[in-house]
Design a protein around this ligand. Sequence first.
Ligand SMILES: NC(=O)c1ccc[n+]([C@@H]2O[C@H](COP(=O)([O-])OP(=O)(O)OC[C@H]3O[C@@H](n4cnc5c(N)ncnc54)[C@H](OP(=O)(O)O)[C@@H]3O)[C@@H](O)[C@H]2O)c1
Length: 361
Amino acid sequence: MSGRSAILIVGGYGQVGREVARLLAPRFPGAVIIAGRDRAKAEALATRLGHGTRAMGLSLPLRGEPPPLKGVGLVVMCLDPETLDLAECCLAAGVDYIDVTAKQESLDALERLEPLARRSGATAVLGVGVAPGLTNLLAARAHAGFEHVERMDLFLMLGGGDAHGAAAIGWTLDNLDRVFTVQQDGRPHEVRSFREHEVVRFPGLPRTRKAWRFNFPDQRMVARAFSIPSVSTWLCFDSALLTAGMRLAARVGLSWLLRVPALRRGVMRVLGACRLGSDVCRVLVRAEGRLGGHPATREFAFEGRREAELTALVAAEAARWLLAGHRPGGVLALERFVTPGPFLRRLEESRPGLQLWMGSV
Ligand SMILES: NC(=O)c1ccc[n+]([C@@H]2O[C@H](COP(=O)([O-])OP(=O)(O)OC[C@H]3O[C@@H](n4cnc5c(N)ncnc54)[C@H](OP(=O)(O)O)[C@@H]3O)[C@@H](O)[C@H]2O)c1
């Protein structure tokens, strides 16, 4: 291998990272490097995947260590590091960067690296995954079909029987009882996780579900990107019992107790092992506005299995675009980096069991 053709997957043996590696290794033989704090785990996965996949021991933050970017052309970040030192090194060195984070603070900090990326010609793609990710793409596609959108609701149904990684569970617990801002009637409005709900019927399901407010960053990204007066994201699980349990935990203020490290570790272990329901992952975007001069409502949806796998599928497809030479430069949200309609259709066709509804729900 020569030049900068290596793809460094950080958090590469985690739930999301290992799926990204599994998708990219056969497509880019000899290029994939799996990185994480436990080199032995990275090596075991690299051996299992084959196709010349390599392993690297890497602990973030770098704490003054030189960035491991020799020969690397693309970094796929599959964890939420404490600092963005590696991202900064990538963008300073002209190395492309994909981030799956759902943490608002990380997204904001990454956006501030835009001038660095512009100077070096690197491209960073943010909001890659399910929410943010698929929800943003569906929102962009929905928005394009309207003359004016007044309100958009983004719904996510997670499978209670899905295997979620420690980082993803940690993020959910951190946001369990969070006060956060949404855009409502054109103004910032403070709300709290799991306090209000909206009713949704996902395609193919016989009955409606209650979905609850949750602090996904996609609602703010979409409101800002498309200047929509009201945008909210709503979460439910396929298991009504799990949805009720999470709601109760939020109501009784479990997040306070979870600041005790031992308790948090215990709850994370239980949630990591708990299987209540299927591994389905559904997203639906409902847009309300004006179409052909008349009030209209349209719904766009995507369905698959395993949130981590869908996140990885989106990340691998974004990687494919970058590695095919689509490198506009700068820091871009996924829906600005790709053309949403064709990207979503390609995802749907990439494997059996994925289904896309474009305004026809
Ligand atoms: N956008 C979306 O829709 C979406 C969906 C799902 C997940 N996510 C995000 O994806 C990320 C990964 O989630 P996941 O479920 O894959 O989590 P995970 O299974 O816990 O994986 C995290 C990986 O990072 C490694 N790691 C942790 N801390 C590290 C450090 N300081 N330095 C180097 N490596 C480190 C872990 O291995 P070691 O601990 O052995 O180092 C592990 O391999 C999270 O940020 C999550 O919020 C986004």
